[in-house]
Unconditional design. Structure first.
Lengths: 460, 173
């Protein structure tokens, strides 16, 4: 294949795209899919047991104590929210920058965003202790006054940020799906056709509709871009607006947003590299796509690394002994192993991506992606636990270790994520067919019509 | 009821070329049905740009102001509570929620307007004669009862642009 604009291999025509993407969904699932679904659902089952146990007994079954009041719960919350951000980066920000390669990966990246935000949402709700009263976080007219929520609290801003983010991501994803659902509808029959007909809202590809559709899609991209930045900014406010040394820093918003995109992009790569192999989509998600995403991982790795160094410098330069102590304690204290795991996974290992050969090797990028995900989980753990466990008063110093219940909830969140992702792969087109068709012609000069065999229709 | 014909093409270039020639030939192309937005076809059809951005702007503004004023009303008039020594009207802390509501109202409202204005509703059915336009078929809908209309001349024009077939249909409205 030639041409800098050609991102799809194999000289595809629009009809090829429909067949390649839609026909696997019309066959029965493979045995390996059932095995993967069973394993994910079982993992989610373990998490469901732990969630029920937590709700029944209270959060005393976790390893928290008076000094370390946030640990696994909030670490996992920030981790999953961060994973979601790459989906919005790919679907909205790269759309605004007219990056054509996004069309191969945006659908599954957006699905990943939704599922990751759903996983993230579990943690703040259960850590309230009485999850059945979670609706109290919304300012609705109530019989207690009405007693309103505290609009000065970043935890409340989080409620609005996460719920807006989930809603807008879901709408963006669905709007993008409508033309593809119509494609599936036109190939289906029976009950499947009726369901798809309802979901595709009578879409008929009218150019009059496309004009408004494209406008709405661009507007959603324009809205989602500042939204995604605001969401992780507000998540970082949960920490930055407190007066805890190690949390109370102005660098947190950009540092969290960069870290979110870094971890999310690695998760997209990890998932895509497996999915393209399993679904046989190598001609759509090519080595060039992996290469482009790897460059984003490398760039954001440097942003995160720079933030680590800046934090340390500012802790020293501030002259504040508490601030200095927290950072020395992070690097040399009892949880130094977590700190150095984070530095190795997030700053050192991604440097391998400078080599083009490594960026184009799916296996190498997959392994690096896993390391980055581990590292970014540890980043949140380090920020939360090492800042808390040795506080102002040495007599209240403590440590933290997760209980089996917390570990099960964390494992269960992965189970939920993979269960949802596997269902998505089976029932919805993993690649945005209409969008990919739209970029085919730009690489070929002109689309290849079946000129020779053209059926010259008679006048009706 | 105005009569119309559907002219099918195998690719976007042929459909676009035909639409431009039909327009200059005095035919009225009512609409096109295509698997993906073909850029240039909107102008060939003489479609005005979407006004959704204007609506989106006003919805966003409405979201921002209503969220800001609601927080102000709650914190200063309905039930002022002194929290952490902060003033009741702590306006900077109202900004994040005002921003989120800007995005939420503008996003949901724009999509709602798109779906309602184009009649995209769950019980709506696409016309059977448009099957394939979601795959790889490009269809131009040309009005028939216009002065000087000649189906043979129309087909000749379209065939020169690579049209595959022509079908008659009843166009509503």
């Amino acid at each position: 294949m030639s041409g800098p604009d050609c991102w799809i291999e194999g000289g595809k025509t629009p009809a090829d795209v429909t067949r390649d993407i839609a026909s696997p969904l019309e066959r029965g699932p493979s045995p390996s899919w059932w095995v993967a679904l069973a394993a994910s659902a079982a993992l989610f089952g373990i998490g469901a047991w732990a969630l029920a146990y937590t709700a029944w007994k209270g959060i005393g079954v976790w390893g928290l104590n008076r000094t370390v009041g946030w640990a696994f719960d909030i670490t996992n919350f920030v981790f999953w929210i961060g994973i979601g951000h790459a989906g919005t980066l790919i679907s909205a920000i790269l759309f605004l920058f007219r990056q054509k390669w996004r069309t191969s990966v945006n659908r599954s990246a957006e699905a990943m965003t939704l599922f990751a935000v759903a996983c993230a949402g579990i943690f703040p709700i259960i850590h309230m202790g009485r999850p059945w009263l979670a609706f109290w976080v919304f300012p609705y007219p109530n019989v207690r006054g009405p007693l309103w929520v505290n609009f000065n609290s970043p935890l409340l801003w989080d409620v609005f940020a996460i719920s807006t983010y989930f809603t807008i991501s879901a709408v963006f994803w669905y709007v993008g799906l409508i033309p593809d659902l119509a494609t599936l509808r036109d190939r289906a029959c029976g009950a499947r056709r009726r369901i798809l007909a309802a979901l595709s809202l009578g879409w008929d590809g009218s150019m009059r509709t496309w004009v408004h559709y494209e406008s709405a899609y661009l507007l959603l991209a324009g809205l989602a871009t500042p939204l995604v930045i605001s969401v992780h900014t507000i998540v970082s406010f949960d920490f930055a607006t407190s007066v805890i040394p190690g949390w109370h820093t102005t660098i947190f918003p950009p540092y969290f947003v960069a870290g979110a995109i870094f971890s999310g992009m690695s998760m997209v790569l990890t998932l895509m590299i497996v999915a393209r192999k399993v679904a046989g989509l190598e001609e759509y998600i090519t080595e060039r796509h992996i290469d482009a995403m790897s460059k984003l991982v490398l760039a954001t790795s440097w942003m995160v690394g720079t933030a680590y160094a800046t934090e340390f410098f500012v802790a020293w330069y501030s002259g504040n002994p508490y601030e200095r102590f927290v950072f020395v304690n992070r690097a040399l204290g009892p949880m130094a192993w977590a700190y150095w795991t984070m530095v190795c996974c997030n700053v050192l290992i991604p440097q391998l991506l400078w080599r083009g050969g490594i960026r184009r090797s799916a296996m190498a990028v997959f392994v690096i992606g896993i390391f980055v995900n581990v590292g970014m989980w540890f980043e949140r753990f380090v920020i939360i636990v090492t800042s808390l466990h040795r506080d102002f008063l040495p007599s209240s110093w403590s440590s933290y270790a997760p209980t089996i219940v917390e570990l099960s909830i964390f494992a269960g969140s992965f189970g939920l994520f993979f269960t949802l992702f596997l269902l998505f792969c089976r029932f919805l087109p993993m690649i945005a067919m209409a969008e990919v068709k739209g970029i085919l012609s730009s690489g070929h000069g002109h689309a290849k019509g079946p000129t020779a065999s053209r059926e010259r229709g008679a006048l009706a | 009821m105005s009569r119309a014909v559907l002219i099918s093409f195998a690719n976007e270039q042929d459909a676009l070329r035909a639409a431009l020639r039909l327009k200059s030939g005095g035919y009225r192309v009512l609409d096109a049905h295509v698997p993906y937005p073909v850029h240039g076809l909107d102008r060939a059809l003489g479609l005005p740009p979407s006004r959704l951005p204007v609506l989106c702007f006003f919805l966003g503004t409405a979201g921002a102001f209503s969220a800001f004023f609601f927080q102000t009303w709650v914190s200063t008039i309905d039930w002022p509570v002194r929290i952490g020594g902060k003033p009741f009207y702590a306006w900077p802390s109202f900004i994040p929620i005002a921003f989120e509501l800007t995005v939420l109202v503008a996003g949901l409202g724009t999509v709602g307007a798109l779906l309602l204005s184009r009649g995209l509703l769950p019980w709506r059915q696409a016309r059977a004669d448009l099957a394939g336009t979601s795959d790889a078929r490009f269809v131009l809908v040309v009005q028939e009862d216009t002065p000087g209309y000649d189906r043979h001349e129309l087909w000749g024009l379209c065939r020169d642009c690579g049209a595959l077939r022509l079908d008659a249909r009843e166009e509503e409205g």
